[in-house]
Ligand binder design. Sequence first.
Ligand code: PXP
Length: 250
Amino acid sequence: MTDYAGRLRLGVNIDHVATLRNARGGELPDPVRAAQLAEEAGADGITAHLREDRRHIIDSDIDRLMDTLRVPLNFEMAATEEMQKIALRHKPHAVCIVPEKREERTTEGGLEVAREENKLAGYIAPLREAGCRVSIFIGADERQIAAAHRIGAQVIELHTGAYCDAHAEGDFETRDRELEMMREMSAYANSLGLEVHAGHGLTYDTVTPVAAFPEVMELNIGHFLIGESVFRGLGPAIAEMRRLMDAARA
Ligand code: PXP
C-alpha cells in the first residue's frame, strides 16, 4: 500500500471559461488567461477537456496551454484515434480518459473499462510510453477499478457526480452511500498501487468529505469554481477551495 501523506493537489478545470467564450465566438474570455490566474492562485495543475465536438476547449487552447503553463496539464479526452494523436503530439503530464458518448458510461457515470479491457490496454500503451501518466475516469466500482489496474493505468479518477447530485437533491441517504463507496474504493485502488484522484460537480458544500479520504491525491474541479469566480473573482474562489481542502486534510 502506498503512503500518500503529501498535500492534496487541486487541479483547476478551465473548460467553462471556453464555454463562455464560445457562446459569443471570438477570443474572450480567454481560458489560457484563466489558467495563468489559477496558477497564481495556487492551482497545482490545470485540467482541460478537448471534446470531439470542440464545444468548449479548442485545439489552439491546448497548443497555448502547453506553451505557457508552468504547472502540469491534465489533458482529458475520449479514447479516440484523433485524441490519441493529439496527446502524443503534445505529451502532456497526464492524460485522463473519459467517456464521450452516453453508451460508454457505466451507471456510475465513469468509463466502462471492464468491457473494453483489451482495446483500452492497447490504446493507453503508447501514451504511457510517451511518458504521460494515464488516468481513467470511473465510478466507484470494484470491477472497473480492477480492470483499470489490469490495463496498465497509473491513476484512477473517481467520478464524484452521483454523490454531488444526491447532495444537491437533498437525498442524504444516497449521498452517504455514494460517499461510503468512494471511501472503500479509494482504499481498494490504493491497495492495488493506483494513484487516486476524484472530481466532477464538487462545490464548497461537497468537497470536504472527499478531500478527507487519505488515499485521494488530487481533486479536479471546474464548473463550480468558474461560476463562483463571477461573484468573488477566480483567485479568491480557488483560495477558498484550497482552504477547505487543507482543512479537511488537517
Ligand atoms: N474530472 C473529470 C474527469 C471531468 O471530466 C471533469 C469535467 O466534467 C471534472 C473532473 C470537473 O468537473 P466539474 O467541472 O463539474 O468540476
